[in-house]
Design a protein around this ligand. Structure first.
Ligand code: SAM
Length: 167
């Protein structure tokens, strides 16, 4: 009975991990230097609304909140949501930084002035379509390491790509 239970648990866990990978990127945190470059490309001004898509342990959204933004993270992994909320409290950023336990494909990014992401190749086409449909004119997208297939890059800082919503 124990073996059947363990096998069932492993199958469910495997399925969950596979679903996580297919629906977005695995958790690979941006390095310290990368966070600095992302922040530089975001050009945060106080009062801006910023989102990190797939916010991991919260390092990007915490940096954006410290720079003066109202920063929102969207993260599908409950453990990372718990961990990043803990980091927000430790940094004294309650009311400035928020993490939503949400699938990025179900989130609405239309309210944000700047959106950051560290995705993976196979989601970039679908994500480009979603962001170009939703974002307001002038909104900026800052992508670590991965380019959108059709959206022209506005500027680039090494492997950080900046896009602007023009319509
Ligand atoms: C490469 S990590 C980036 C983490 C963080 N933004 C950083 O730069 O350090 C990608 C994150 O996206 C999350 N993720 C993957 N699929 C997702 C989905 N469908 N919706 C929301 N988050 C997702 C993963 O759990 C992971 O934490």
């Amino acid at each position: 009975m124990d073996t059947v239970f363990t096998a069932a648990a492993l199958i469910i866990l495997d399925g969950f991990v596979l679903w996580l990978v297919l629906s977005g990127a695995p958790f690979i945190p941006t390095k310290k230097e990368g966070v600095k470059k992302m922040l530089q490309c975001c050009d945060i001004k106080p009062g801006m609304k910023a989102a990190d898509i797939g916010s991991g342990d919260g390092r990007i959204l915490i940096a954006m909140a410290q720079a003066g933004a109202e920063a929102h993270g969207f993260e599908i992994n409950p453990f990372l949501v718990w961990w990043s909320r803990r980091k927000i409290r430790q940094a004294g950023l309650e009311g400035k930084a928020f993490v939503h336990l949400q699938d990025l494909w179900r989130a609405d990014f239309s309210a944000f002035d700047v959106v950051t992401l560290f995705g993976i190749t196979h989601i970039m086409g679908r994500l480009e379509k979603k962001l170009r449909k939703e974002l307001k004119p002038g909104a900026r997208v800052v992508s670590m390491a991965f380019k959108f297939p059709n959206w022209p890059v506005e500027s680039q800082l090494e492997a950080v790509y900046v896009y602007r919503q023009v319509v």
